[in-house]
Design a protein around this ligand. Structure first.
Ligand code: C5P
Length: 404
């Protein structure tokens, strides 16, 4: 999928060892469909050859204010116009200081000041330089000037030290750019997402759970945030890193998930129930670890858990409800039946064999109009497709359509 089709990005390189990663970044942006124009400082040219970037982007690389290849002799204006974004990666401590002060002593710094488009910087420097009070002040100032700061990450550094200051990996920078470009179709909406498996204790150390990884729910939470929504993620145990800027509430059992959802219903416009909730819990749960009795069987008594999505959908003034349906066969008919039974406007169905534990998914979205298939892709791309579909059906202030 070309997530950056028709986006015109200017990629600026400054003089840090992470400049070698900018070659991968240029490739990653192009792979997503972006048109990439590279501009390098003199120091960046000491770390990586402009020819490398020229070969990868198929465009001449600009390094000088006085480049006579630009017709009007003003490359700082020409190159910064009609751009959708300028990304400076790596951005050195020195370059960020220049941006703070508006210093315009080379082509890249000048065109950043002359720009009409947003600017993202991916800092890269030694940990001590990153922690220096001057750098801390500068980063704060750049953020308050509206400049997007991507990273840095923590870990091994080229200088042999370990700490904060490594440039974000190229894939991460591409992801962050794609994320940033998502249309803010749900600005202001408050969205609750349930995710992951629930765990129903049998005794102090054992329980009933399922194979849900939580990845789809986390991707939905992230896509909803990218679309401008205020997102709360109510999650079973997953071990996943929560998406940035999303409030996370950890739960263990279905009953806890139910209670957390119900408590927040009055502040919720849309509920997206992605969690694989256990249908039953153990009613004869033991406080302590059950001891094995040689040769004897063990019977567990199960009682139904509350149907979270079903109860929310039954609320008269409840939110717009979206369900998930993991099926092992007859996906469409089972999901359509579930949508009618739960009386919800939209359900996203998938084949369990294709989704559980996998990085990819293939959703079928079923609404009043019928079935809409999303081609197989990463869970994040599927989640973005789902969010786009929700924005077509959801009307702020009303529950929207109900299932026929
Ligand atoms: O009822 P069933 O499990 O077939 O439906 C799946 C959908 O219902 C999913 O969206 C799931 O998150 C939600 N669900 C729920 N509470 C339950 C069981 C399922 O919210 N107890």
């Amino acid at each position: 999928m070309s997530e950056l089709a028709e986006k015109r990005i200017l990629l600026g390189l400054t003089g840090g060892i992470a400049a070698y990663k900018a070659a991968d970044l240029a490739r990653g942006l192009i792979k997503q469909g972006a048109e990439v124009q590279v501009v390098m400082t003199d120091a960046a040219c000491r770390f990586i050859s402009p020819l490398t970037l020229q070969a990868l982007t198929g465009k001449p690389v600009y390094t000088s204010m006085w480049d006579d290849r630009v017709g009007n002799g003003m490359p700082h204006i020409e190159l910064s116009r009609d751009r959708d974004l300028i990304v400076v990666a790596p951005a050195t401590a020195d370059f960020m200081a220049k941006l703070v002060h508006g210093t315009a002593d080379d082509l890249l710094a000048t065109l950043c000041i002359a720009r009409e488009c947003p600017l993202m910087v991916a800092p890269a420097m030694n940990r001590q330089m990153w922690e220096n009070p001057a750098t801390r002040r500068n980063v704060k100032q750049l953020s308050s000037d509206g400049i997007i700061i991507e990273g840095p990450a923590s870990g091994d550094q080229a200088c042999g030290e370990n700490g904060m200051g490594r440039m974000s990996e190229p894939d991460q920078i591409v992801e962050s750019i794609v994320s940033w470009f998502q249309p803010k179709l749900l600005a202001g909406a408050r969205i609750l997402v349930t995710a992951g498996p629930t765990y129903e204790p049998i005794d102090a150390v054992r329980g009933i759970t399922n194979l849900s990884s939580g990845r789809m729910g986390y991707a939905v939470a992230r896509a909803a945030h990218e679309a401008g929504a205020k997102v709360t993620l109510i999650s079973g145990r997953t071990g996943l890193q929560p998406p940035a800027n999303v409030s996370v509430i950890d739960i263990i059992t279905a009953q806890q998930m139910h209670d957390e959802v119900m408590e927040r219903l009055s502040e919720c416009d849309i509920l997206i129930a992605v969690a694989a909730v256990a249908d039953y819990r153990v009613s004869n749960r033991e406080q302590h670890k059950i001891k094995k009795k040689a040769g004897a069987g063990l019977t567990l008594e199960l009682e139904p858990n509350p149907d979270i999505l079903g109860s929310v959908a039954a609320h008269k003034d409840g939110p717009f409800c979206v369900g998930f349906s993991a099926e092992s066969q007859n996906i469409e008919s089972h999901a359509a039946e579930k949508r009618r039974r739960k009386n919800i406007p939209l359900i996203a169905a998938n084949l369990v064999q294709a989704a559980f534990g996998s990085e990819q998914n293939e959703l079928i979205l079923i609404d009043d109009e019928g079935a809409h298939r999303l081609p197989r892709s990463s869970k994040l791309q599927q989640a973005r497709g789902l969010i786009r579909h929700i924005t077509r059906l959801y009307k702020p202030g009303r529950k929207s359509v109900t299932a026929r």
